[in-house]
Design a protein around this ligand. Structure first.
Ligand code: NAP
Length: 264
């Protein structure tokens, strides 16, 4: 049997973000460069939230694990030796499951925690912590609302049916989740400032609702809103379990390389 130290580091990347895709690309690049001695064997896991996900250039799987127990079983069956949690900052359940499963299996874990957006001079942000608060913060006067919160969390806006909503998401949301008076735009970032400015003007948007995702790919709307004087209701991130973090894919790659050295 091959000595354990010469085996590649089996790694699970929990993905669904640009950072996960960047890490997968970097690992695929390293694997090509080290064709005879790959040191990291990673699998990227996607939740399966979009119908046509952009697939990574490394092995991948799609769909839930079946809770913490299912994730623990997966880690044991695949002899995973490292976890990178590169999920969306609002995907709190899978981050919690990953931390708990890592503890139960003594698997080292690192989270890519991209910095949150911060208001700049000229921004008119109202900070809220839930979707219900965001819907209430729109107020009693009918407004034209640009909802860029994905497709899963629309239901609270049904309680404020007097507004007109422009909803943008990667896939069209289920009609039953949408408020009335909703126009749907399906689009996948990255978005440009020019494009976002045109969209806000064309749709005569009065106010934007967004999650504080912190992603560069979707930050152009913040700049466009600042320039046009459009207020934003900014939904704060959920709290996540404590865990070592890095801000980007480069940091995760460095950490994985250190794990390889430690395992030898
Ligand atoms: P979640 O609430 O944290 O996770 C719910 C369940 O989905 C998990 O318990 C897990 O199922 C499965 N799951 C999530 N991420 C997974 C992954 N990478 N691989 C395999 N299974 C995964 O996450 P969510 O329901 O996807 O989304 C929550 C929030 O994050 C929403 O506000 C959404 O808009 C935002 N978001 C998510 C993604 C994404 O790719 N997931 C992307 C953009 C935004 P099991 O318990 O069965 O393992």
């Amino acid at each position: 049997m091959e000595p354990r130290s010469s085996l590649p580091l089996r790694t699970l990347i929990l993905g669904g973000t640009t950072e996960a895709a960047n890490l997968a690309r970097a690992l695929a690049h390293d694997a090509r460069a080290l064709a005879h001695e790959p040191t990291i064997a990673a699998t990227l896991s996607l939740a399966g939230r979009t119908t046509a996900p952009i697939l990574p250039p490394i092995p991948h799987r799609i769909g839930g694990f079946g809770g913490i127990a299912g994730l623990v079983a997966y880690l044991r069956t695949t002899e995973t030796a490292a976890i990178i949690d590169a999920t969306h900052p609002f995907a709190a359940q899978i981050s919690d499951h990953a931390c708990q499963a890592a503890a139960l299996t003594a698997t080292p874990i690192l989270r890519i925690d991209r910095p949150a957006w911060r208001a700049e001079p000229g921004d008119q942000w109202t900070h809220v912590t839930t979707m219900t608060q965001a819907a209430q913060a729109l107020g009693p006067t009918p407004r034209r609302v640009f909802l860029t919160i994905g497709q899963q969390d629309l239901a609270p806006f049904r309680a404020a049916p007097w507004h007109d909503y422009i909803i943008r998401s990667v896939d069209p949301p289920a009609a039953a989740l949408c408020p009335p008076n909703a126009e749907l735009i399906t689009a996948r970032g990255p978005f440009t400032v020019a494009g976002e400015t045109a969209l806000l003007q064309t749709h005569r948007i009065d106010i934007i609702v967004t999650k504080n995702a912190g992603a560069a790919a979707t930050s152009a709307k913040l700049t466009a809103a600042r320039t046009l004087g459009i207020p934003i209701i900014m939904i704060a991130r959920p709290s996540l379990p404590p865990c070592p973090t890095v801000p980007d894919a480069d940091g995760a790659l460095d950490w994985l390389k250190r794990q390889v050295i430690t395992a030898r």
